[in-house]
Design a protein around this ligand. Sequence first.
Ligand code: UDP
Length: 409
Amino acid sequence: MSVRLEEYEAIVGRDVIEELRVVAERVAGRRLQNINSTPVGGGVAEILTRLVPLLRELGVDATWDVIKGDEAFFATTKAFHNALHGAPEEITGEMLECYRETTALNLELMQFTGDIVWIHDPQPAGLIARKKEIGGRWVWRCHIDLSAPDPRVWDFLRPYVEAYDASIFSMPDFAQQLSIPQYMVTPSIDPLADKNRELPEEQVRAVVDKHGLDPERPIVTQISRFDRLKDPLGVIAAYRLAKRQQDCQLLLAGGGAPDDPEGMEVLREVQEAAADDRDIHVLLLPPQSDLEINALVRGSTVVMQKSIKEGFGLTVSEALWKGKPVIGGAVGGIRVQVINGLTGYLVHSPEGAARRLVRLLADPELCRQLGENGRLHVKQNFLLTRHVKDYLLVMLALEHPEESLVFLN
Ligand code: UDP
């Protein structure tokens, strides 16, 4: 997929692109090796798919590698993920051992090619063990909400993390007491990706029809991996309550990710909960369903992201960018995207979500206004060009570790 920087000019303006070029010049030619745990599924893969080509176009030699792991490893790291989000999980000594063993295996398999090694999330964090031997600068980029981590998992990971040169978190709330510098970078969406670009009305209509949704009646949608922290059952509960007052259909669409072994189990729970209602549509999407997801969101009246915990929640910006009001759980990064009463509503329960849903479904003009605000909010804060600039600045800062001010010329 080729990305052309000039194409962003029409959306973000010439100055933003010029500024990117100026900063990029200072780190041009650096080899930036990204390493994560899945090539598809979930927000990290979504971001890297677009960020890496754009960095390359700016002259940074950015690459992307994925660690290997078996079912036991990904069950372990999913338990870590949930526990770091503060959810109750049993963490056993065997799990910690499994993490160490898979890390050792990947230390053998991985070719380290970066001047800067950019490790995403806990799954590959242990690769830091090779830093002393191969050198370079190492950054741990954490995409999850670490505001209340289970101490057992965090204490296990912390020594790995503190061996990095720097860390990056998505929100100030997620920052930790660490002996290394911490940078704050919020994630972003790509307005030109198939997931987000403008689509003709007929295409939206065709996708809505294809999935048996009635375009003449309101559609409430949540797009998410089938994951308990995304609270799909809470969305169904909210829909059922709202439907007593406002007619609507519910669409729960999502796929799995190779590093998320719980998906199929949660999907079954959702299918069971939805079984008696023909207005609830549960879609299991294959990877690369970007145009389909784009069309489904555009065909929706209201988008939900009723997460119980959330690192950022790209799906929120994806919906706001399409002018859709979002009802989101008042957690993690959703709180910086959904500005209560301006771009959507923040909720704490299925009942609260239902109340907001009834209000929105009754008032198309309110939906339009919140959606318009939402698009502007995303344009100003959560587009890929801002994200690329932040990463370039972190790269630059890494080369000036003792300086609080770096001059660009
Ligand atoms: N997504 C997708 N297919 C799906 C479900 C989700 O492409 O079946 C995308 C979604 O549009 C978003 C990303 O995966 O771009 C999910 O990122 P988010 O930050 O919302 O949540 P995560 O899955 O990383 O917890």
